[in-house]
Design a protein around this ligand. Sequence first.
Ligand code: SF4
Length: 527
Amino acid sequence: MKLTVWTYEGPPHVGAMRVATAMRDLHYVLHAPQGDTYADLLFTMIERRDHRPPVTYTTFKERDLGADTADLFRRSCQAAYERFRPEAMIVGASCTAELIQDDPGGIAERMGLPVPVIALDLPSYQRKENFGADETFYRIARALARPCEKTARPSVNLIGPTALGFRHRDDVTELTALLSDMGVEVNVCAPMGATPSDITRLGAAHANVLMYPETGESACRWMERDLGLPFTKSIPIGVGGVRDFVAEVADLLGVAPGLDTDRLRLPWYSASVDSTYLTGKRVFLFGDGTHVRAMARVARDEMGFEVAGMGCYNREQARAVRAVATEMGVEALITDDYLEVEAAIEAAAPELILGTQMERHIGKRLGIPCAVISAPVHVQDFPARYAPVMGIEGANVLFDTLVHPLVMGLEEHLLTMFRADPEFHDAAGPSHHGGHAPLVAAEEGGAGPRAPVAESPRDISAKKTEGGGATGAIEVVWLAAAERELKKIPFFVRGKAKRNTEAFAAARGETEISVDTLYEAKAHYAR
Ligand code: SF4
């Protein structure tokens, strides 16, 4: 048992639903208890799809358990086939149904339906959503794809985009255009938009473009082995990633590595004078392995940030993330426990977090700006506008995404200079952080800003360092004058300064921090 409040990934059958919903003319019969239809909302609300996922649930209830649940599954399968007439079906069990061991695959096989029925065996208690998607697509490809004649012109399959994928819709559009500029056609994009008949044609491509290893790697590895299709390893996120990708595709297909950079603005935007203050900003990255490792390179090489920490929640990507972390000079954090992520972020005291919806909450609590770069995401990250993260336009989108949460250079400067100003005082906060927090009514005769009712969410310095923090077991007390001096430090770096000073004092066995200690610590760390 593990006490869990937030999970980064759903159970594996949600991954299977993401594949089924992404495809057309495929139906999923899911042996599941009443109530599991909640997962429909992920697609109809968060992704705002205009139709229900193609999933039939058996929705067994408590009283069904005394009867024949296997028969219930059989009847659901038959009804789903007759109603939807899909080209192929997938069948499987959710976590609770796994316990009653009805064997949906075996039952469906014995029914002799006139379409291919693909059995899924998803271990709900060991694996999670991404595994579910990857395994489901692998099973579908393996059951349906056959060797076939290659297309006359150079072509690739786009592999990995699913329903509920972070920016998958627009990444597909962007990559299709990028490949077209090189004279490369897309043979099949799958699972997104593909029918079972399309899957039978996968082998006609000259190579596979593995867009998201989380959801497509097993299928690509199988196609490489059994259909002789090589697949790309580079992730086309960021300018460097796109250039590597173009070179890799050119190499695999024997075409010229053309790249139209007319619309590319990231390099100049980050080189322009206003971006000078971005240099060396300390950034912490967390999310799925693919987005984290690609974004770490963008952050360091294209934005001039310093990577202060990074990690991923999906263990399947641990090795790849560790390799990039080593390159960045940090240790990778591989965990699906958001409390561990929060502790690591607090310890690293970054000035910017690039993460998931969870890190957005952590950022709010710690008062650190955050941009979302990976699933899990909420409805705001399925935007109506065109917003890829891959390709040339993706690089432009990333520049905006990474810069906006940071207080712009001038505003940051003003915040420090006009600390007592009613608009720019410390507690006001940047507007996108819900900065208009209620202020305490002006004290009698008083004027100007007042402390907010609650502790300012971004004032890390106001929090007590408890056991296990940078100071270890020693309780270090800040003297009033030193606390006032600390507040003169811009809030972006105040957390780090506070931690360093406490560690410095603790190392010298001091229990009080004076103004002198603060400056001695500053001099010590500047050496
Ligand atoms: S079967 Fe799994 S997903 Fe469905 S309600 Fe039970 S634990 Fe949740």
